[in-house]
Structures are given as C-alpha cells and as structure tokens.
Design a protein around this ligand. Structure first.
Ligand code: SAM
Length: 218
C-alpha cells in the first residue's frame, strides 16, 4: 500500500540515507540483467546487518541469493575472517551475484554455490557451524531448508525465514497455493519441534505486508 511505501521511504531517508557502496549498484545491475525485483527491502537488509553486528556473528548461510543484495548487506556486517555461503538455483542469478559481491568488495568473504538447495545443502558441514541461516528461496521447501539450517547452525544460532506473511494469505487456509502451503508446513513443523524457539514479526513497507520468522536453535 502507498502509505507503507511512503513510511518506509521516509524512515530510510533518515536511517539509510547513505547506504554502503555496492548496494544500490547491486540492485541496478540485477535489474539491468533482467532479474526479478524480489530482493529484501533496504530496511530489512539493514536489519540483518545490524543483527549480525549486535552479536558479532561471523558465519552466515543464505538460501536464495538472487543478485546478492541481501548477501552484500550481511557481508558488510561481517569481519574479514567471516564467511557467507549462499545457495542459488540459477546460474544466471549466481553470476550476477558474484559480480555484485565483488563490486561491493566482498568476493573473499562470499561463496556462491549453484544448484537446487535441496541438493547442495547436504554437502555442507556444521564444522565449523554457522551463526545465522537466512532462508529466502522457493517457499515450498522451507521445512527442508529449516531442518538443514538447524543442523548447520550452532546451538544458540539463529534461523530467519523471509516471506512468512504473504499479505496475510498464509493465514487463509482456503488458499492452497504451494508457496503458502510451504510456510504453513514449516509453522506446523516448528510447533512440534522442541529444539527451536521462534516468533514471526510481520513487516510492512515497500515490499507490501509480509513477515520474518525468527528462530533460535536451543
Ligand atoms: N535473498 C535475496 C535478496 O534478498 O537479495 C532474494 C532471494 S529471491 C527472493 C529467491 C531466490 O531463490 C531466487 O534467486 C531463486 O532463483 C532462488 N531459488 C529458487 N529455487 C531455489 C532452489 N531450489 N535452490 C536454490 N535457490 C533457489
């Protein structure tokens, strides 16, 4: 809605007036390359960045790279000896992301792994473990990604899942769209899972009405 976009933009003019180099370029390069405009918002990217800095996290797993916009926000928060492993299905998206990440000065910190995440996740080791997993890919496989994320983050580590609100449609069980069912299946899974604790923060802004699910591994 226009009012959310206006409010997001207003706050951003004060709090994200001068985004780090490479971020705006990543968006414009992604657009020029024909990638869909479905990256996190600037405010959400900055939230991930601040969270990482709050905790001094160094190792991040991302599922769903797109053009590397969220990756760069997180890489900006991580020290030189930190690492982001980011998984992407599309060769094209990965290629654009690698270019954007290098342009932002983070090539040494970021590894982009190409392939279906269900096939690349089993090859990742929890030794050393990740501090944070950010899940933002095909929503149908959210639960499988979450199970892998639990295996890969350390106890006390966090798992964030994007797009769990979907204009409120997740809560409308008469709408059986697969990506909505993917979020519901994850919610049912977490409800029964005694090894995590979680909450959803609904978000509004220039990406509409949606939500971040925030979980910690106990
Ligand atoms: N995190 C990115 C950001 O905020 O800048 C946005 C990611 S976008 C919403 C979702 C990405 O997940 C797309 O680039 C898509 O190609 C990728 N994706 C879709 N299915 C996937 C799969 N099975 N494995 C890995 N990546 C997948």
């Amino acid at each position: 809605a226009a009012i959310w976009t206006r409010s997001d933009a207003y706050h951003n003019t004060h709090l994200i007036a001068d985004p780090a180099p490479g971020l705006e370029a990543a968006l414009s390069e992604s657009k020029a390359e024909g990638l869909p405009e479905i990256a996190v918002s600037a405010a959400q990217g900055k939230f991930l960045n601040l969270l990482i800095r709050t905790h001094g996290w160094k190792r991040v797993l991302e599922v769903g790279t797109l053009g590397g916009y969220s990756t760069i926000w997180m890489a900006n928060a991580i020290p030189a000896d930190g690492k982001i492993v980011t998984l992407e299905l599309s060769d094209k998206h990965a290629e654009v992301a690698r270019k954007n990440v290098a342009n932002a000065g983070h090539a040494g910190k970021v590894e982009v792994i190409v392939g279906p995440a269900l096939e690349t996740l089993p090859g990742l080791s929890p030794d050393p473990p990740f501090d944070l997993a950010f899940i933002d890919a095909d929503k149908e496989s959210n639960t499988e990604y979450f199970v892998h994320a639990k295996r890969l983050v350390r106890p006390g580590g966090a798992i964030i899942v994007d797009n769990v609100g979907r204009q409120g449609n997740v809560a409308d069980e008469t709408n059986t769209e697969p990506r909505l069912e993917g979020v519901r299946r994850l919610l049912r899974y977490i409800k029964e899972d005694k090894t995590v604790d979680a909450t959803t923060i609904h978000t509004v802004g220039d990406k509409g009405f949606d939500g971040f699910l925030y979980a910690i591994r106990l």
